[in-house]
Design a protein. Structure first.
Length: 440
């Protein structure tokens, strides 16, 4: 079975040798390809292009109409619809890739890039299944490349300052955590089931490539899946927990040094079917404690769809919680970490002055990854960290399929031990032509 730390320890890493020297292209630029070019893909590509050491040498999007803006960044760079063709034709000219596609394609694209030893910046959640998250940890360690997940606020002064404050002992050891987001698990597409075909596939869109590893279904209409509604659907997205969990739980995992999966979890929801995620979910996790938590296990509760925690803490009932964020209840105080906003520290019903706590520098998450690729220094949230965080999020979505049942998770064995039938959701069947080899 997979053992995260062993892979990092045993993999042959080349951290002391700059990436552009290791690669095929011995020049002064990090030669980059963008996979996914509009929406989040555009902002990712734009941010990377702003780094003086980056040169985009290729662009790829299954919808060619969504490549107009990136073409202006380098009119001479070829444009592809199939990332596999791009990697086959230009593999020796590409040092690094950004992956800004729907969730269901992250792992397959990453796996193909890692086999070619390309540095990767991949949007969150890192993968669509727990098995894929483990594969990303294994393969990235073996490839010896620089990786990072696109949870951009990890590098923001707000989250960095909250992490430093927790680790300074300002609220004492943490007893429990509550995290929530206002977003619903469905509602972006306007459908509660599978849309009926109602429009032809646009000429600019390669629908077979958009479906990729997922089971084939007919195109519905613009926006019901592509380009934004896909998050609602279980075949493609991961609901509100998958969308925001890797953001909102990130400072919690970082501050408390959570480096393993939960021991167990129990979920509830507002109702679901086989197509879309629930509008509202609650997930109660139990994690092993760390040096920064009180003795024993650490409970972490997740709420979405506008649900908020109702719990006694140092925060008075009159103080409004942010629409999305987290609450860390410690022995000596309580911290609120808004998504995205300055932290608040409360003690005995009083908000403590902001000046009492350290302020960390705001860093560019994108450029930090580029600098890592150039120097060989892995940022703090590479695929080892991102895989662990993503695993916890996706286990919550498995729990949603078995409401009110406590699932016991053996992280070492990668198994749900008390409900064997739930293990079917740890991975997915890949569509013919899109299979990929399982790593040892």
């Amino acid at each position: 079975m997979l053992r995260r730390r062993e892979f990092l320890q045993s993999a042959v890493l080349f951290a002391t040798v700059p990436a552009i020297v290791r690669g095929q292209n011995l020049n002064s630029k990090l030669q980059m390809a963008a996979i996914g070019c509009d929406g989040k893909g555009w902002s990712d590509t734009q941010e990377m292009a702003a780094h003086a050491a980056v040169q985009h040498v290729a662009f790829c999007d299954v919808d060619l109409d969504r490549t107009q803006k990136v073409r202006e960044l380098n009119p001479e760079a070829p444009v592809f619809q199939d990332y596999r063709e791009m990697l086959d034709k230009l593999g020796d000219k590409i040092d690094a890739v950004t992956v800004s596609t729907p969730d269901h394609m992250h792992a397959k694209i990453n796996a193909d890039a890692l086999r070619r030893k390309k540095h990767i910046y991949c949007q969150k959640p890192l993968t669509h299944s727990v098995w894929e998250a483990r594969q990303m940890q294994t393969m990235s360690a073996e490839a010896g490349v620089i990786t990072r997940m696109g949870n951009q606020i990890h590098s923001h002064t707000y989250y960095r300052s909250a992490v430093a404050t927790v680790q300074s002992g300002a609220i004492g050891k943490v007893r429990q955590v509550h995290a929530w987001c206002a977003a619903t698990g469905h509602g972006k597409s306007g459908f509660l089931g599978r849309p009926q075909p109602s429009a032809p596939v646009p000429g600019s869109l390669a629908w077979d490539l958009w479906i990729g590893v997922a089971p084939m279904r007919e195109f519905g209409a613009m926006r019901c899946y592509h380009p934004f509604g896909w998050r609602d659907f279980q075949d493609f997205g991961n609901g509100a927990l998958g969308d925001f969990g890797c953001h909102i739980l990130d400072p919690v995992f970082t501050a408390l040094k959570i480096a393993t999966g939960p021991k167990n979890l129990t979920a509830e929801h507002s109702g679901m079917n086989d197509e879309v995620w629930p509008a509202q979910t609650k997930v109660r996790y139990t994690f092993p404690g760390t040096e920064l938590t009180v003795d024993g296990d650490l409970p972490i509760s997740w709420y979405d769809g506008g649900l908020l925690p109702s719990v006694k803490s140092d925060v008075p009932a009159s103080a409004a919680l942010p629409r999305s964020g987290s609450l860390l209840i410690g022995e000596q105080g309580t911290m609120i970490i808004p998504h995205v906003g300055p932290m608040q520290v409360w003690r005995d019903g009083n908000k403590l002055p902001d000046a009492d706590f350290p302020v960390q520098e705001n860093l560019n998450h994108y450029h930090g990854w580029v600098d890592g690729c150039l120097s060989g220094q892995q940022p703090s949230d590479g695929f080892e960290y991102a895989g662990n965080l993503t695993e916890a999020v996706l286990l919550g979505n498995i729990g949603v399929r078995y409401p009110s049942q406590t699932l016991h998770w053996d992280a070492h064995a990668t198994q749900i031990t008390n409900l064997p039938e739930a293990n079917r959701w740890l991975n997915r069947e890949y569509r013919g032509g899109w299979e990929w080899e399982k790593q040892a």
